[in-house]
Design a protein around this ligand. Structure first.
Ligand code: SF4
Length: 369
């Protein structure tokens, strides 16, 4: 017997064009391609099946990600969202987020998806600097990004944007200007992603061939500090290492991932996490990718909690320590290295802990490998 799923992720594996840095499970197809209709048909069946199996009865957050969900177009999205609303209680209390790209977000689509229960849009802006967008291989320009936010606001109060930093050719001034532009556009949430280089991508090949510099972690850290300063002054709080929100607008779906909430993934390459008190399993495309026992699970909960600014409570650490007694010593050691602190009944990551995330998270996970 497993605990009910509380979060649902729907993966959309299509984009207009592949960006130069992207290794997500997506592919470029022409608009209106037959694969899009076939995908929508399959997704409708998957949702109905999940509903009949009783998997959707306790869902509190839904996230349509990708890929580019808005690239499906109004018809396919309407089919999927309508089926979802028939298969679960898609009320206002359910946070229903959808990723959108500026080139495929228009007024009609905004009105349609809002009417069908989506209540949060996350727009992949990445930068408001056309030169930087060109380097990234994005299909939109800064004007399209601003227009997309404006259109989104015609229905949505809860609008998030993604911005990237550490991009070769991007200056600190350019990044700071993008963060300020997002604030001025009235968004409620900003995610900041440092560039990662993945093998097999155009950026990966360019770095391997010496045509592009490798990631400079110190430089990326300085961008994160710029974001924190501008967004903090504008009334956003950093509730997770890469996420900033105005009060009341933290993403509940992402918090579910970091707090050990079971989630169901539908669509190609979507991960599912199933658990009960003694076992946690993650599956992707019918393959088990993680199979944790109770000890590993409890330690993982502490590790994931340290991604968030609120960290983890003494109670959670005590619960994990019942099976992994060395955990407190490890946290003490991390605190003495300045990677976390212990105060007011909580262990919290420090700025340095976030910047040296591999050290912080790795040391905790090593308690129960
Ligand atoms: S739009 Fe997003 S998912 Fe699609 S290729 Fe670009 S980065 Fe990847």
């Amino acid at each position: 017997m497993f605990d009910p799923y509380k979060a649902l992720y729907i993966h959309v594996p299509f984009c207009k064009q592949r960006c130069a840095y992207c290794d997500f499970a997506t592919r470029a197809v022409p608009q209106g391609d037959a694969a899009i209709n076939a995908y929508a048909d399959d997704m409708v069946l998957s949702i109905r099946r999940a509903g009949k199996q009783g998997f959707l009865g306790s869902i509190e957050t839904v996230y349509l990600g990708g890929g580019t969900p808005t690239y499906l177009g109004s018809r396919a999205l309407t089919e999927i969202l309508y089926t979802l609303s028939l298969s679960m209680h898609l009320t206002d209390e359910v946070e229903c987020s959808m990723e959108a790209n500026p080139d495929s977000l228009d007024e009609r689509l905004v009105k349609d998806v809002w009417a069908l229960g989506v209540n949060r849009l996350s727009i992949g802006v990445q930068s408001f600097d056309d030169r930087v967008l060109g380097i990234l291989g994005r299909v939109h320009d800064a004007e399209a990004a601003k227009r997309a936010i404006e259109i989104a606001h015609e229905r949505f109060e809860n609008v998030s944007v993604d911005l990237m930093c550490g991009i070769p050719g991007q200056s600190q001034e350019s990044f700071a200007a993008s963060v300020r532009t997002a604030v001025a556009a009235g968004v409620t949430h900003v995610s900041i992603y440092p560039l990662e280089i993945h093998e097999g991508t155009p950026f990966g090949r360019a770095v391997a061939a010496g045509r592009m510099p490798a990631i400079d972690e110190d430089l990326e850290a300085s961008y994160m500090e710029i974001a924190e300063e501008i967004l903090g002054q504008a009334g956003f709080s950093r509730y997770e290492v890469a996420s900033y929100a105005r009060p009341g607008f933290a993403c509940r779906h992402n918090i579910a991932y970091w707090t050990g909430v079971p989630y169901l993934g539908l669509g190609p390459s979507a991960a599912t996490m199933t658990q009960n008190a003694t076992r946690r399993m993650r599956k992707q495309d019918d393959c088990v990718t993680d199979d944790l026992d109770a000890r590993q699970m409890r330690v993982e909960d502490v590790m994931m909690g340290m991604r968030m600014s609120q960290g983890v409570s003494d109670e959670l650490v005590a619960h994990a320590s019942e099976l992994a007694p060395e955990l407190v010593d490890v946290l003490d050691g991390l605190a003495s290295r300045g990677l976390c602190t212990h105060a007011d009944g909580r262990w919290r990551p420090t700025e340095r802990g976030w910047l040296c995330g591999n050290d912080l998270y790795g040391a905790i996970l090593d308690v129960a490998p």
